[in-house]
Structure formats: structure tokens, C-alpha cells
Design a protein around this ligand. Structure first.
Ligand SMILES: Nc1nc2c(ncn2[C@@H]2O[C@H](COP(=O)(O)OP(=O)(O)OP(=O)(O)O)[C@@H](O)[C@H]2O)c(=O)[nH]1
Length: 394
């Protein structure tokens, strides 16, 4: 038996989950309904019990017996109504089983006590007892154990009272015992079946809810993986700038818009000077530190509208929408100055970092590939001309 099956296992005799935590959670789930239904059923049963006062009057008239009987009915009915009201407010089925049992015992005691008061109407009372047993099992929502104890008390009490006060013969008493045993068996089996079915339904609903939850968690996990993958595809892990492919996508959109709206557009290719030397002297890890600092300086030196990407290795690329070549040159010069001013932490503080920038503008080339090619040519022109400078394509 798997753990789940063990958890959902139901006792075939009591109709309850064998696992006490499972049973408690089931009862907790039905507490509102049980409270409401118990209150309603108790009120109804009390009303019917009270209505029998009419038959009492028909039989006994204005007699002392009638007043004794009516007083007893009033006590039973008012106790049941009070208990029904208390149940409606505080009767948590799982925590107060005794409170749920009490109205049944009061009703049973009331029914039994009619026998000594009206022994002549025993046969009508037998019918009432059978109906009451059925009501205990099927109408008043309670636990099978509570219902069966109360019905047992009613049956035994009624038989004892019948023998003691109605002077029934042995064969009649035997028939009565058999009849009440039968009523109890029918009621018990019906409620047992109901309890088991309800718990099975509860287990199925819970299983479905658990599966839905697991599915929801899986969907969320996949979504977060997707977001992670997207971030990885779009963000360069070392510099946190756009990756080359993501940059191209964004730059193409910007260029397209600039062409459509006939606005200025410039492209910058940036390369760190003598970076191989930095790597060779300080090692790759420190070289990475320098790249990170340069990338951060580039990002901070530019405007929010400019799109910056890592083109590869120690090469960066910038798309500048709405930017004329003069402005682009000014921005690039500010950039080189800011990179020159980078203060690296010890021991890299002896390294002086510089970049060379090549600029191409939309008016010369109208496709991103050609703009990149042109800016690259300007970059290598800048390298040839001594590095740490800006070259603009004319
Ligand atoms: N630390 C580090 N080094 C890198 C990375 N990508 C590329 N490089 C190194 O960058 C160096 C680029 O060297 P070169 O292309 O010869 O250029 P350079 O030394 O910068 O010389 P110029 O560009 O001519 O000024 C190579 O040594 C690459 O190994 C990286 O992600 N981290």
C-alpha cells in the first residue's frame, strides 16, 4: 500500500479515515455544512416532536397526564432548540462531538419517557421510534459513532420502558427487539455507505487539487526557466550589456524607425586598446575585471536611449537613435575620456585603460550590416592612427 493509499484508507466499520490527521482535515472541510444542517434538522425534528402534543390531547384531554406530557415535550423541545442554537454558533463537529451527540440523547430520552406517560399508544410510539432512528442516522448530520450510540440508547431505553411500563408480552417484546435491531442495521449501513462515499469524494477532490497545484508549480517553474533562458540569451553574463544577437535585434528596430521617420542615427564600434597585454600581464580573471569596468563606464557615459551591446571579446557596440554625427563624436569623446579616467582597484591601478571608437552614420549606409562594417573600418583606422581616439566615417 502506497503512502497516499494509506493516508486515504477508510475504516470499513466506522466510515472514518484511519489516519487521524486526514479525518481531522475532512471534518474541518465539512464543519460549516454540518453546523448549518444539524441546526436545521434539530429544529425540524423538535417541531415534529412538539406536534405530537395534538395526539396527546386527543387521547388524554384536559388531564394531569396531558399536562405532564406536554411539560415533558416542552422541556425536550426547548433543550433541543437551545442546543441547536449553540451548535449553530460554536458546534465545531471535529472538536465538539459531545455537543453534537447531546441533542440526540435529549430527543431519545424524551421519546423513551413517553412510554410510561402514554403506555396505551405503544404501537404509534414504535413507529415514531423507527422514524427517529432513521432521522438520527440519516437526517441529523453527525458522525456514525455518535448516531449509532444515540440510536442504541433510544432502542434499548424504549424496549426497557416498554417491558416495564406497557407490560408487553414476551413475543411482542421479541418482535420489538428484532424490529429495532433491523432499523439500526439499515440506518447504520446507509450512513456508513454515505460516510465512506463522502470521504472517497473528499480524497478525489484533494488529489485533483494536489495535481492542479503541482501543475501550477510546474508551469511557474517553466516560466521562470524561460525567463532565465531569455535573460541568458539577451544579457551578456560578464558585462550585463546586451548580447550581440539581442543588440542586433534592437538596433535593427531603431534603424528601421530612423529610416521611416527620417531621423538621425549613428553606430559606434568600440575596442579596448592593447587588451591582450592586460590579459598577458595580469591574467584572464583580472582582464575580466577590466572589461566589466569598461562596460560599466560605457553604459554610464551614454544616454538611456542609446543601446549598448558586447559585440564579442573586448569589443562593444552602441546604437544612437536621433543622434547627428557631431553629437555622436562628442559623446564618443566623452566616453574615451571617462574610460581613461577609470580607477581600477589594486593591483590593477597601475594599468591605464583606453578605447578606440569608430563611428558610422545612417546617411552613409542604410543597412545595419553596412553600418557595422563601416564603423569597424573606422575603428581600425583609429587603431592605425595611434588608438585612444575617435574616428568618424565621412
Ligand atoms: N579577460 C578576457 N579576455 C578576453 C575576453 N574576450 C577576448 N579576450 C582577449 O582580448 C584580447 C584581444 O586581443 P587583440 O585582438 O590582439 O587586441 P588588443 O590586444 O586589444 O590590441 P588592439 O585591439 O590592437 O589594441 C585577446 O587576448 C583575447 O583573448 C574575455 O571575455 N575576457
Amino acid at each position: 500500500m502506497s503512502l497516499q493509499q494509506k493516508y486515504n484508507d477508510i475504516n470499513w466499520l466506522t466510515g472514518q479515515f484511519r489516519d487521524s490527521r486526514r479525518e481531522a482535515s475532512y471534518r474541518d472541510s465539512i464543519k460549516l455544512r454540518v453546523r448549518h444542517d444539524s441546526r436545521l434538522a434539530l429544529m425540524l425534528v423538535s417541531l415534529i416532536f412538539a406536534m405530537f402534543a395534538v395526539t396527546d390531547y386527543n387521547l388524554l384531554g384536559h388531564s394531569t397526564d396531558f399536562f405532564t406530557l406536554i411539560s415533558m415535550r416542552a422541556v425536550v423541545v426547548s433543550s433541543c432548540v437551545v442546543l441547536a442554537l449553540i451548535l449553530g454558533r460554536v458546534g465545531n463537529f471535529s472538536r465538539k462531538p459531545l455537543l453534537h451527540a447531546l441533542p440526540l440523547w435529549v430527543l431519545a430520552a424524551g421519546i423513551i419517557s413517553i412510554v410510561p406517560l402514554r403506555p396505551e399508544s405503544l404501537y404509534t410510539q414504535i413507529t415514531a421510534v423507527v422514524v427517529a432512528i432513521m432521522a438520527f442516522y440519516l437526517l441529523i448530520p453527525s458522525l456514525l459513532t455518535i448516531a449509532s450510540w444515540a440510536s442504541g440508547f433510544l432502542s434499548v431505553g424504549f424496549i426497557v420502558a416498554s417491558v416495564a411500563y406497557a407490560e408487553v408480552s414476551v413475543p411482542t417484546a421479541t418482535r420489538l427487539v428484532l424490529l429495532l435491531i433491523m432499523a439500526n442495521i439499515v440506518g447504520y449501513c446507509a450512513l456508513l455507505r454515505l460516510e465512506i462515499l463522502q470521504r472517497k469524494q473528499f480524497s478525489l477532490l484533494n488529489e485533483e487539487r494536489d495535481q492542479n497545484l503541482a501543475l501550477q508549480r510546474e508551469v511557474e517553474h517553466r516560466k521562470s526557466l524561460e525567463a532565465q533562458l531569455r535573460r541568458l540569451a539577451e544579457r551578456d553574463t560578464l558585462t550585463e550589456l546586451d548580447t550581440r544577437s539581442h543588440f542586433i535585434k534592437r538596433a535593427e528596430a531603431l534603424l528601421e524607425r530612423a529610416l521611416r521617420e527620417n531621423t538621425a542615427f549613428c553606430l559606434l564600434m568600440i575596442d579596448v586598446d592593447h587588451f591582450k597585454q592586460i590579459n598577458d600581464t595580469w591574467g584572464h580573471t583580472r582582464g575580466d575585471e577590466v572589461l566589466k569596468q569598461v562596460a560599466k563606464t560605457i553604459r554610464q557615459s551614454l544616454r538611456r536611449v542609446d543601446v549598448v551591446g558586447r559585440f564579442g571579446g573586448e569589443e562593444f557596440i552602441v546604437a544612437m537613435p536621433n543622434t547627428h554625427h557631431k553629437e555622436a563624436v562628442k559623446l564618443a569623446q566623452r566616453l574615451t575620456a571617462n574610460v581613461n579616467a577609470i580607477e581600477l582597484p589594486s593591483p590593477l591601478n597601475q594599468v591605464s585603460v583606453s578605447i578606440t571608437v569608430g563611428i558610422a552614420m545612417k546617411s552613409n549606409e542604410r543597412s545595419l550590416d553596412l553600418l557595422i562594417q563601416r564603423a569597424d573600418e573606422m575603428l581600425y583606422k583609429g587603431k592605425r592612427n595611434g588608438r585612444n581616439r575617435v574616428e568618424l566615417a565621412r
